[in-house]
Design a protein. Structure first.
Length: 135
């Protein structure tokens, strides 16, 4: 059910280019969602977080992003959603991360507050990705 919900609600990736990756600052965000709340979370995530990432991509702060879901998450205690974001630079990533944290509080918009309540745990990790050319 979780897989089907996210497969329909969330895009899998936004275009990546090797040139854009060269200087990108990659952040991987892993989320664990409350059981039986996947449909509600996916809907809110699409409206709140994917819309925010798209706006940041249009501004040039985000080069690309990718949303990954495990195929059998409901059968184990694995993470539910992993979002990899290629930021233009470290300053864009850390500045936006601080802004996101300051928005998550009593003054947060209703949809964001609801989405945040559905998250059991989340972690952000700075990662280094290497993409090899096909062939």
């Amino acid at each position: 059910a979780l897989l089907a919900t996210f497969a329909l609600a969330l895009p899998v990736a936004h275009a990546q280019t090797p040139d854009a990756d060269r200087d990108a600052f990659i952040v991987e965000r892993t989320l664990w969602v409350k059981p039986n709340r996947a449909t509600q979370f996916a809907s809110l995530y699409q409206r709140v977080e994917i819309a925010r990432l798209e706006a940041l991509r249009k501004e040039g702060k985000v080069l690309w992003y990718r949303v990954v879901r495990p195929m059998l998450a409901e059968e184990n205690d694995a993470w539910d959603v992993r979002v990899t974001i290629a930021w233009r630079d470290a300053a864009s990533a850390t500045g936006e991360s601080r802004a996101r944290l300051s928005r998550s509080g009593a003054s947060a918009p209703t949809e964001r507050a609801l989405m945040d309540e559905l998250v059991i745990d989340q972690r952000e990790t700075w990662v280094q990705e290497t993409t090899l050319p096909a062939g």
